[in-house]
Design a protein around this ligand. Structure first.
Ligand SMILES: C[S@@+](CC[C@H](N)C(=O)[O-])C[C@H]1O[C@@H](n2cnc3c(N)ncnc32)[C@H](O)[C@@H]1O
Length: 511
């Protein structure tokens, strides 16, 4: 839609705001509205929406809910408007995360946030035109519905091109059809396979087939093909679970068509999602802190070991507001950082550990976003299938922090995955803005010797790792521009490389 003359000036102001230096990325709205735009800046997000039907939605939201809108919905402020467009300003949810990085509990919470929002909107003659996990971000452990443009009056659903095959049906039936098209493949199906113990396959499907990023939705057959032969039993369980959930879903849709009761549909859907709760899983790494005798109470520093004291020391800096805990395990250090007031992103390849951290941080109300991520395989940017616009931001660009903790991981990358020392250090240091703590565990460490199955590259060719030394690591970090001090870790045979950015040299030509 072209901008009318009066709007052109405001559009320019908006474009200037969109391009301000804090802006980190510009992505098209996932709903794919022509002209819709989303800009993520340092502390806020600007979202441009078509003025209609937003004005009608706004009036309903303002008259029916508390000023912040329904719980779970991102707060908004209208900062620009003309006859064609409005610009909403939202507070920025600090961490951008995607469904392929969530544990099952997070996907389930994101689904339940949709059900609660639909129930709240139902009585107001409104519904959702999108119902998929990319509508949600996590603020700490709380799911927040961010795509406010998904809220539309029921009467407008009939105009959506993806609902043309359902033309002639009532507005409430179309609201159910939206959930059939999106909620079923992107929430119900992956939750069923998570429940069957194939969480890694579910996450992989959400990565391979993101909405608007692939030509089609993921199918049950994709899940079956992705399972390895020894996982076929679990895959069949997932298939049965998915079929049962789909049958329950069809019953809810039939009931909706008959009664038109959207709120009952929403609560039936919430019960269906509740039935897809994942089992509590354990992995070889779940008991890491207990086995190492490190499960000291966070509020009893007198019991802490040298590693815990050194990390607390690094966190004791007011300039450090955000922390990325790489290879966080069940998150002893993430929780310490959160309790010291930091905003934490915690990543680990082990989904049982991440799920445990999500539960613990949620129960304690700690500002931690735990994500399942393989450091050896960072995810790249993803483009929209339709027009090539940026759809998902790559993990390296997205997960930056003032302080990076990389404890007990360097030796896994080098001695285990066979990544060179220089490359592994560069990867660990890249997200750090101000400070970095890397633990060095040598090839002669007792655990490395006792558990060769974790250190395959080293076991294959021990002689190839002669250069893997504390001195080499320290020198490489210094050459990358860090001021490095070496302090004792726990056990004392291990060391911590505590790094701060070197102060920038004053420009001599200006002095
Ligand atoms: C030795 S534990 C260290 C835990 C914690 N950082 C600490 O020092 O207390 C190593 C952790 O690294 C994780 N890990 C190993 N390889 C990884 C990878 N490629 N990406 C992310 N995490 C990894 C394991 O799952 C495990 O939780």
């Amino acid at each position: 839609m072209p901008c009318a003359a009066g709007g052109r000036e405001r559009r320019r102001e908006y474009d200037t705001a969109m391009n301000h230096p804090g802006a980190e990325a510009q992505i098209e709205l996932s709903g794919g509205e022509p002209g819709g735009r989303l800009t993520i800046a340092q502390d806020h997000v600007l979202r441009r929406l078509a003025a209609w039907p937003w004005r009608e939605v706004r009036a309903l939201l303002e008259s029916s809910f508390a000023p912040a809108g329904p719980a779970d919905l991102i707060p908004w402020l209208e900062v620009e408007a003309d006859e064609d467009w409005v610009v909403l300003r939202h507070p920025r949810v600090p961490v951008i995360s995607y469904p392929h990085e969530w544990c099952a509990e997070m996907l389930q919470q994101a689904a339940l946030a949709h059900c609660r929002l639909l129930a709240a909107l139902a009585g107001q003659g409104m519904a959702l035109k999108d119902a998929h996990p990319w509508n949600v971000l996590f603020d700490g452990t709380r799911a927040i519905f961010i795509d406010i443009g998904s809220i539309v009056p029921l009467s407008t659903l009939a105009e959506l091109d993806y609902l043309t095959r359902a033309q002639g049906r009532s507005g409430t039936a179309l609201a159910g059809e939206v959930f059939r098209l999106m909620f079923l493949p992107y929430f119900v199906l992956p939750l069923a396979f998570h429940q069957a113990g194939l969480g890694h396959v579910a996450r992989d499907m959400l990565w391979r087939y993101p909405l608007n990023g692939a030509g089609r939705h993921p199918r049950v057959t994709d899940y079956l093909r992705a399972a390895r032969p020894r996982q076929w039993g679990r895959a069949l369980r997932g298939l049965r679970r998915a079929r049962r959930a789909a049958a329950d879903f069809r019953r809810l849709c039939a009931e909706l068509e008959r009664s038109g009761a959207l709120d009952a549909f929403a609560s039936g859907l919430a019960a269906l999602v509740g039935d897809l709760s994942p089992p509590r899983a354990e992995s070889a790494y779940s008991g890491y802190y207990a086995a190492k005798g490190e499960e000291h109470a966070h509020d009893r520093p007198e019991t802490w070991n040298a590693k815990q004291r050194a990390v607390a020391n690094a966190l004791d800096n007011r300039e450090i507001r955000t922390v990325l805990d790489i290879a966080c395990n069940t998150g002893w250090y993430s929780r310490l950082a959160a309790q010291l007031g930091k905003q934490v992103t915690a990543i680990d390849i082990d989904d049982a550990c991440i799920a445990e951290l999500y539960r613990r941080a949620g129960a304690a109300g700690e500002a931690i976003v735990p994500l399942v991520l393989d450091l050896a395989q960072p995810t790249p940017d993803r483009q929209r299938a339709q027009d090539g616009g940026l759809l998902l931001i790559g993990s390296e660009r997205r997960l930056q922090a003032d302080l990076v903790l990389a404890l007990g991981i360097l030796h896994h990358l080098v001695l285990g995955a066979g990544i060179s020392l220089a490359e592994a250090l560069a990867r660990l240091a890249a997200p750090a803005r101000l400070s970095l703590v890397i633990e060095f565990v040598g090839a002669d460490d007792e655990l490395v010797m006792k558990e060769p199955q974790f250190f395959k590259a080293f076991s294959r060719n021990p002689a190839g790792f002669a250069g893997f030394t504390l001195t080499a690591a320290r020198d490489a970090l210094a050459a990358m521009g860090w001021q490095v001090s070496v302090v004792s870790s726990f056990p004392a045979t291990r060391s911590l490389l505590a790094c701060n950015r070197k102060p920038t040299q004053p420009n001599s030509s200006l002095t």
